[in-house]
Design a protein around this ligand. Sequence first.
Ligand SMILES: Nc1ncnc2c1ncn2[C@@H]1O[C@H](COP(=O)(O)OP(=O)(O)OP(=O)(O)O)[C@@H](O)[C@H]1O
Length: 669
Amino acid sequence: MDGENRAPGSADNRGDNIKVVVRCRPPSSEEVKAGYPIVVAVNSVHRTITVKDPSTDASKVYTFDHAFGADSTQPDIFNQVARPIIDNVLEGYNGTIFAYGQTGSGKTFTMEGVSDKPELRGIIPNSFVHIFGHISKAEDNKRFLVRVSYFEIYKEQIRDLLAKKGDRDRAGNANILEIKEDKLKGVYVKDLSEQVVYSADDLDRIMAVGKKNRVTAATKMNLHSSRSHAIFTVIVEKSERRSDGSVHLCVGKLNLVDLAGSERQTKTEATDDRLKEAAKINHGLSNLGNVIAALTDGKSTHVPYRNSKLTRILQDSLGGNSKTVMCANVGPAGYNYDETVNTLRYATRAKSIKNAAKINEDPKDALLRKLEDEIQELRRQLNEDPGGGENDGPGSKRMSEEMMLRKRQREEEKAKLKKMRDELAEEREELERNRFLGEKERQKLQEDIAAKEEQLTAADAERNALTEKLSLLEKTIIVGGENLLDKAEEQERLLEASAKELELRRKREEDLRKTLLSKKIERSKMEQKHQTLQEIATSKKFEVTRLEEEIVTLRADLKDLRQENQERLEAAQQSKAEVEKNIRLYEKVIDQLLPKKMQELIESKCTYNKDIGEWEVSCLAFTGAMMRPDGKHGGQVRSLSHAEALAQAEQLKSQPLTDRNWEGVFPKL
Ligand SMILES: Nc1ncnc2c1ncn2[C@@H]1O[C@H](COP(=O)(O)OP(=O)(O)OP(=O)(O)O)[C@@H](O)[C@H]1O
């Protein structure tokens, strides 16, 4: 696949994101002794890692597919990080596991671990055990071929860590190899040696040889720091004969990558050679960062895989045909804060890389198929194969004709050898029987016998060579069900036990997560309820405020009303006083005008007419001065109108008050 010009993210909607896990190692004894503050906290249930800035105390939280703290064990890491990828590889996928982090953060510990302590062995040796454990449990219709290569990229040069003596210079350095690419194989290292392995112990041994050859150098940060990127590749080829007689072949490739430390050069106080070395190591790593950025920024149309050997080699692992897991390693101490945050940022970005892995079915360069064919051919030559090749499909006419011909040839050859043996035996007998044969005849017979013996010895030698080759090739291919674990059996048991425990723990964690989730939901409901109550309270408060404002307004209205009432009352009182004053005036006037007797008389004749709201004097209408003959009423008298009464009163004002006058005004009642 030409990743160079592939639009990043073109695998979107097709593949899986690469898995990213984080592991924080425990503080080293030096860190404890120096009293560095611990600034990293891991929550494996929530899969988070929290880093506190020692200068500001501000915390940053990062979430990954898994988060492992100081108490995580090597089998745990293997079971959760590596096992799923290796199971994929055993199905024919490409898989990559790589560790990333600053020097001394625990990459090598995670990838390799401590080889002589089973419980401290890392992902690589545990992967070997798992691969061969799987093969020994497979059914016998499956055949496997496992081969490995191991190389390092040191100062942008590729060296074979499994190179034979002939491929090394006088100083013992392996030849520098080239990266090539072709349509069939994709990106590969040309002339890289490969070794076929038969057991987990074999793999361990090969790994140990390669490790010895790996360049390591001391830096201030980590005395045994690895200064090169190391890539150990295990290729598992598997053929499976199905019940219909067909044979399926797939090839899985596992890359186990231990990167050099990602620390900054200034921090290592590296000088001269070390500085140049660091620059080149950082070139690969910084380009790895550029590749990750280009794959995830959603903008770049070019992924710079070709800018470094490391990214070229990891091309398929990042954004290509591979199931990939990245383990970001960090230390817990405060003095590494910047590096830790850097690693976690890098890892966070890597989470969004999408890969599109597919099973590598029947690849043209599969060694297993070639070997199977060769074995069949050898068996035929040795006449061990009674017919029918492993890969011959049923009804293959051309193949069966060819087989018949070969069979005939083999039978003829066999018959010829048998005839030769018989003749030889006869000739020997002849020589024995006829002691008195002539010298010439005897010599001829002896020469004949010697020639036949030679021919037969050559035929035997040829057969032995073929048998030996066959047995070698047969050994190369592992039949499912063979026990290949040897000493690794113990390790396999340890991994299985840990896997079981992990399963239980996973269940417990899942339960815990579920409980936490339900609590969260409950809390959110409560919060919602609380929110509703708060909303009600707010609206009530609003209502109260509104009512309070209304009360204030009403109070003001009330005050106004009171004031108004007061004013009205005062006005009423004033008018009452006025009325009383007037009444007193009128009483005075009446007293002056009317004798008491007359007043009492009139008073007794007064009734209050509610309908018109006035006092009426009964019989008044028929009294003296108030009566006038009325033409309209047939000459009858009638009451004076108000105006007429006033006019009369006006008239009286100028007259002295006498009874006579009074009688004119008030006639006798
Ligand atoms: N999880 C762990 N538990 C206990 N010890 C650990 C752990 N991780 C790392 N260590 C110890 O810390 C030290 C540094 O670890 P390691 O060599 O693996 O770092 P590294 O990242 O590979 O460094 P470099 O980049 O220089 O190769 C070693 O002594 C190792 O044993």
